[in-house]
Design a protein around this ligand. Structure first.
Ligand code: GTP
Ligand code: MG
Length: 148
């Protein structure tokens, strides 16, 4: 499994995705600090929301294979900037989260926003139902060479 760091605003679903990816019980717990679970680094949403903390994400990402931008499809709150993926030293992939409670239009909007950041590829999933999660797991298990 590739090493990833989850990035996204407060309550976008990073910890729940981390739990799902690692086969843990899904339970709400506010992330207060960087939390390493096997190959997944979970971060508090404040790291993205407060510009002064953003640099911390860049530093942490240097030791990973991928940054994962998580965008909550159910909320019209967009905190990423166009081209933001280029600020990281490793490739950025995107996750549209909470697809189970979002409309098709919201999902399309979230996907488009992540595309603008430069994240590629983008996975649409629900950590609650598990829909779409296996595609992400499969991607993270591939060798980088196989994707070229
Ligand atoms: N319906 C639905 N709710 C979800 C899903 N994933 C997470 N949630 C809910 O969204 C809320 C926030 O989820 P978290 O995973 O804690 O969010 P987070 O991004 O880790 O938030 P911070 O730790 O504050 O940065 C919780 O109430 C979750 O149960 C999902 O796939 N579907
Ligand atoms: Mg969290």
């Amino acid at each position: 499994m590739k090493k990833i760091v989850l990035v996204g605003n407060v309550a976008c679903g990073k910890t729940t995705l981390c739990q799902r990816l690692n086969g843990l019980k899904l339970q709400y717990e506010k992330t207060q600090a960087l939390n390493v679970v096997n190959c997944t680094i979970d971060t508090p949403g404040e790291y993205l929301e407060h510009r002064s903390l953003m640099r911390g994400l860049t530093v942490v990402s240097a030791d990973t294979d991928y940054v994962v931008f998580v965008q909550d499809a159910s909320r019209d709150l967009y905190l990423y900037s166009p081209g933001q993926a280029a600020a990281f030293p490793v490739p950025v992939i995107g996750v549209v989260s909470k697809a189970d409670i979002a409309t098709e239009k919201q999902i399309a909007q979230a996907k488009e926003l992540l595309e603008l950041t430069g994240a590629d590829p983008i996975f649409v999933l629900s950590s609650y139902t598990g829909d779409g999660v296996q595609a992400l797991i499969d991607y993270l298990q591939d060798d980088i060479e196989e994707k070229a």
